[in-house]
Design a protein around this ligand. Sequence first.
Ligand SMILES: C[S@@+](CC[C@H](N)C(=O)[O-])C[C@H]1O[C@@H](n2cnc3c(N)ncnc32)[C@H](O)[C@@H]1O
Length: 279
Amino acid sequence: MSFSAEWLRLREPVDHRSRDKTLLERTAAYLERKDEPVIYDLGAGAGSNLRGTALSLNTRQRWILADYDPELLSASLDYLSAWADRSRPTATGLELEKSGKLIRVEVKRIDLNANPAPWGEAKPDLVTSAALFDLVSENWIDRFCAALAKDKLPLYTTLVHDETARWMPAHNADLRMTEAFERDFGREKGFGPSAGNKAIGYMAQKLQSLGFNTKLADSPWQLGEGDHALIGQLAEGWANAVRETKSVPDDVVQSWLTARKARGTTCIVGHKDLLALPA
Ligand SMILES: C[S@@+](CC[C@H](N)C(=O)[O-])C[C@H]1O[C@@H](n2cnc3c(N)ncnc32)[C@H](O)[C@@H]1O
């Protein structure tokens, strides 16, 4: 499944303000004693998770951004250079300075379905990801959690869908749109049948059963007037997904979409963050 850099840019400020601050602080405290922690970001896209996390972590950090989309990885280098106070290209990525942090960045093109543990023998100090795990299947989660347990690696993940969006004000097609969208949400996204909204709870339970200390926290998008562009794109995405199911007539989808793109629409999208530390 592919994601556009424009969509990831649009959601970035909302993702950053929505993540749970307590879990971020706990992650920072866990890494505190490391001189230069190595952080492996799975499904890193255009680098938003680094920009949302790094300023809370150690003075020196090394990030490996892993994704299978070469265009997003290339965009990540451009966006990170623009975000940093100073930036220098290296053979494998970038060296950045930002607000007193020194951050070495490497990008790796990797298919996580083929390899859920791409760090191999070079174990990082933290595995992280944002907005990824609702795409994967329970079978993939089993493989991934087994790899984390074998290597005793901590996981910090944010913004995993756990609830279908709730739109306001009510529209008479909401129920049909939601049912059709949920059917589409569960389809295969490159990792086997998607665990969708159930993925994060399943992952937390799995890691707990493997001896990890786990903590889940809510990180909902609360979208209002200031998020008009994102609400419009989200509604477009819903309409496209519902059209694919062919279960709602086109004129109903169009009337719902027009209403949802109008000023005054608000929306809550449920997400969860998870910190799982090896015992
Ligand atoms: C919703 S985006 C999130 C991107 C980024 N973490 C963020 O928060 O903006 C999901 C990301 O997972 C990547 N992805 C999806 N399937 C993948 C796979 N099989 N292997 C590697 N990356 C994958 C996509 O290319 C995309 O960058």
